[in-house]
Structure formats: structure tokens, C-alpha cells
Design a protein around this ligand. Structure first.
Ligand code: SDX
Length: 426
């Protein structure tokens, strides 16, 4: 199919082919727009612009649906472990059986260790440095330990690069936390699952037997492991969001893949993006009581007040974020099974959602809870500190960034990302 553009001043006509999708909107191929017409398209924020073709995740913003490699997110969360979803995103295949699943996970466990020199570098940060700054720096430094990934000639190279960082990101993230609280670093314990190790490296306390490499016992329940596993699956990938676009753009210059992932971590840190999960908790605590909810909703609507409701709204979802729906159910399920939520914050969050969803300001703008609105209450119930919420998002999303980066660099048509501008200066 083609589209004709008519310049109404000169009556010139320009024809452009369309690119058909398998789901969602088709696209006009504007890659030759400037060459043929001498004009640019203008779309700050890229609300109507596709920067790539992708097979990884599909979001139906109207229906509130999310698919990874064609599987509905609800099915993946209910039937598969996060490490299985990692395998799907990196190899196009879910594990065919428990043996395959364990094989893939064992590879991640064995790759989860960090070079001692890199560990020592973390002690150079001021203890109150935000973990996202440390994590982004740590991943950038990781590129110097594995410089061979700068050139990935085979699928095996690409898989090794991806599995290495997916395996190490929880260790790096937990080092950031241990360093912040001034606690000794806890090495991964490969007798524990990928997910259990995250909670272990966060919680374990060194034991006088540490000199023998032993740790004091630490309480981690299967329910907590299951909850964190689902949260990471829900955060694994999400189309061309700001941090994934950053990873693709940085990778398009030919730089080391871990430098691109490091840039993605910095982009995710923003409070309008992944950093919102931390801000949601801060905001619920600031509201402090259900009786204050109305005044905060009024602040949202006050044109002179820049106050935004964190965890609400989305560029693509103009309906309830399916991930928020699953997280809300997971929260209630965990509560029923005995995991203590913070009743006060829970009550405020429920009231905020109830008032907002009935308010014209939110209805007219299609503002619904997004993935960040409920994730924090669960992470907090898992005794994960608020400043560590966005690093948890990084742990979940690293596999998606790797999958998207590999799709980008393997696509021979990809050129260096270099947008144009509408010059309005002197
Ligand atoms: C994530 O892109 C992804 O997929 C991201 C993500 C992923 O998995 O990678 O889903 C993860 O980042 C989720 C979003 C987390 N961020 C927040 O919760 C921060 C609060 N949300 C907003 O800042 C906002 O909704 C964004 C950033 C998420 C979306 O911004 P857009 O698409 O640019 O929307 P907009 O700012 O143009 O808003 C349209 C209108 C505006 O009002 P008007 O100017 O038309 O009067 O809606 C208003 C906005 O002021 N609005 C809000 C609001 N979000 C939008 N008003 C109050 N509170 C909000 N949260």
C-alpha cells in the first residue's frame, strides 16, 4: 500500500510505501522523506514515530494487553519462571522441559560472580550515592572486564554477552545496596535459584564462620521468591520505551553493548520512567492518610501546581496497564497468604486509585495506574528498601535491553541514530 503526501503550496505530490505490521498500526516509510521532498517530519517524544521493526514485545494500548514473543504476559507470569522468560526473550524459545529450564538457570548462576577488582571499585562511591548511579557506573566498568563483547561475530558470542550481564546484574545491584548500608558484600550462593539469590545477597548477614565462606542463615520463603519472580517477569521488556530506545541508539554507534546497557540504566532512573516506582512510595508516604487524598488529587488538577500522580498515566496504555492489574492481584494474593503489606499505604493507594478513576481529569486523559503504582507496595513487603526499587526494575529489564540491542545490531539495515531538527535560531 502507499500514501501520497501533497504539498498544498506547491501542489507537489510525494508517494511513500507503507510497512505492514503483524499487529497494531502500520507505518509510512518516511526514511526517504527528506531526500524526496526536502522536508522533515517533526515528532518530539516520538509519540507517532516508529524507530525500528521488532518481534520482541507487543503492547495494545487501547485493550491494555502486553505480549512477549507472542505470549500474553498473564500466561508467562502464571506458568513460567523469570529465567524461562529470559530464555524466551534471548532465544525465541521457552524451555521445553524442566531440564532445559534448569540448564539455562545454572548457566546464569555460574556466571553471577563479579571480579574482585570491580567489587572494590564500588567502595569508592560515597555511601549515600544513589544505587542507580552506582549500577550504571558498575555496568559501564563491566565492559572493561569483557572487552571481547565489543565485537560479537557469532550467535554464541551474542548469547554469552547477554547471559553474562543478565547473570551479573543482580550481584552488581545488591553490591550497590550492601555498600550503601556499609555491610560486607555477600557473594552469590549458586546452590540457590536466580531469584532466591537476589534476596539472599540483599539479606544475608556475615557470620563468624564467614572466614570459611559460610553465611549466617537467612529466612527466605518460597512465597517471597515467587513474588519477586513474577515482578521481574512483568518488568522484562516493554517495546520502545525511553530506556530501550536509549540502549538501541547508543548501540547504533557501535559501542560496547554494556556501555549501551549502562546508558539504559541512566535513562530508566528518571522519575517519569523507572524511577517512578520509588517516587510512588514516597508520594504515598507524603499523602500520609486517606483523608488527604482529595487535596492531592486537587493538586494534580491545579494548573499552577506541577504535581503529578506518580504511577499513573502512560504514553502507550490509554487503559489499565495489564502489569498493574497483575501486580494488584499479586499484592492481594500475597496478603492472603500471610505476607504483611503496609496497611496504611495500601489503604491510601486504593483510595487514590478509586478517586482518580472516577475523576474527569483522569478519565479525559485516559490516565490509569501503570506498572509502577503497585510494584512498590509488594517490594516493600519483601523488605526491599525503597531506594532499591528502581535497581529491581533494572534487574528485570536487563534481559529486555539485551534482546532489543541484539535485534538492533543484527539488523543490517540499522544506521547510526541521528535525528534531524527544525532550526528556529538566528
Ligand atoms: C514506565 O514507555 C514505557 O513503556 C515505560 C514503562 C516500561 O515498562 O518501560 O511502562 C515504565 O516508565 C511507566 C511510567 C512511569 N512514570 C510515571 O508514573 C510518572 C507519572 N506519569 C507521567 O509523567 C506520564 O503519564 C508519562 C511520563 C508516563 C507519560 O507521559 P506522556 O505520554 O508524555 O503524557 P503527557 O505528559 O503528555 O500527559 C498527557 C496529559 C497532560 O495533561 P494536559 O497537558 O493534556 O492537560 O496527561 C497529564 C499531563 O499533564 N498527565 C498527568 C499524569 N500523566 C499525564 N497528570 C497528572 N499525573 C500524571 N501522572
Amino acid at each position: 500500500m502507499s500514501i501520497t503526501l501533497i504539498n498544498n503550496e506547491t501542489n507537489e505530490k510525494f508517494e511513500f510505501e507503507t510497512i505492514n505490521c503483524t499487529r497494531g498500526p502500520n507505518a509510512i516509510d518516511f526514511s526517504k522523506l527528506f531526500e524526496t521532498s526536502g522536508i522533515f517530519s517533526y515528532d518530539p517524544g516520538y509519540a507517532s514515530t516508529a524507530g525500528c521493526k521488532s518481534t520482541i514485545s507487543y503492547i495494545d494500548g487501547k485493550k491494555g494487553e502486553l505480549y512477549y514473543k507472542g505470549y500474553p504476559i498473564e500466561e508467562l507470569v502464571a506458568k513460567y519462571k523469570y529465567v524461562d522468560v529470559c530464555k524466551l526473550l534471548l532465544t525465541d524459545q521457552l524451555p521445553q522441559n524442566d531440564t532445559e529450564s534448569l540448564e539455562f538457570e545454572l548457566e546464569l548462576r555460574h556466571r553471577s560472580f563479579i571480579h574482585r577488582t570491580l567489587m572494590n571499585m564500588f567502595s569508592a562511591f560515597p555511601t549515600n550515592a544513589h544505587p542507580m548511579a552506582k549500577l550504571s557506573s558498575g555496568v559501564s566498568i563491566l565492559s572493561t572486564f569483557y572487552f571481547d563483547h565489543a565485537k560479537m561475530d557469532s550467535e554464541e558470542d551474542r548469547q554469552t554477552m547477554a547471559r553474562r550481564i543478565v547473570a551479573k546484574i543482580p550481584t552488581l545491584a545488591t553490591i550497590c545496596y550492601r555498600n550503601e548500608i556499609g555491610a560486607p558484600i555477600i557473594h552469590p550462593d549458586i546452590s540457590r535459584s536466580y531469584i532466591e539469590n537476589i534476596l539472599f545477597m540483599l539479606r544475608a548477614y556475615p557470620h563468624e564462620r564467614l572466614k570459611h565462606g559460610l553465611h549466617g542463615e537467612v529466612e527466605i520463603t518460597p512465597l517471597e521468591v515467587e513474588a519477586l519472580d513474577k515482578i521481574l517477569t512483568l518488568h522484562a521488556d516493554h517495546g520502545q520505551n525511553a530506556s530501550t530506545t536509549t540502549v538501541r541508539n547508543v548501540a547504533s554507534t557501535g559501542v560496547h553493548p554494556y556501555a549501551a546497557i549502562s546508558a539504559g540504566i541512566s535513562a530508566l532512573w528518571g522519575h517519569l520512567h523507572g524511577g517512578a516506582n520509588e517516587k510512588v512510595l514516597n508520594q504515598l508516604e507524603e499523602i500520609g492518610d486517606v483523608k488527604n487524598v482529595d487535596q492531592y488529587i486537587a493538586r494534580v488538577k491545579d494548573k499552577n501546581d506541577s504535581f503529578k500522580l506518580m504511577g499513573f498515566g502512560h504514553r502507550v496504555y490509554k487503559s489499565y496497564d495489564p502489569r498493574a492489574k497483575i501486580l494488584k492481584r499479586l499484592k492481594d494474593d500475597l496478603q492472603a497468604k500471610g505476607i504483611k503489606m503496609n496497611p496504611k499505604l495500601d489503604e491510601i493507594a486504593a483510595k487514590v486509585e478509586e478517586v482518580a478513576l472516577k475523576d474527569d481529569y483522569f478519565i479525559e486523559r485516559n490516565l490509569y495506574p501503570n506498572v509502577d503504582f503497585y510494584s512498590g507496595t509488594i517490594l516493600r513487603a519483601l523488605q526491599i528498601p525503597v531506594r532499591f526499587f528502581t535497581p529491581v526494575f533494572v534487574i528485570g529489564r536487563t534481559v529486555g535491553w539485551c534482546a532489543q540491542l541484539l535485534e538492533h545490531v543484527k539488523n543490517a539495515q540499522v544506521r547510526i541514530a541521528r535525528p534531524r531538527q527544525v532550526y528556529i535560531g538566528k
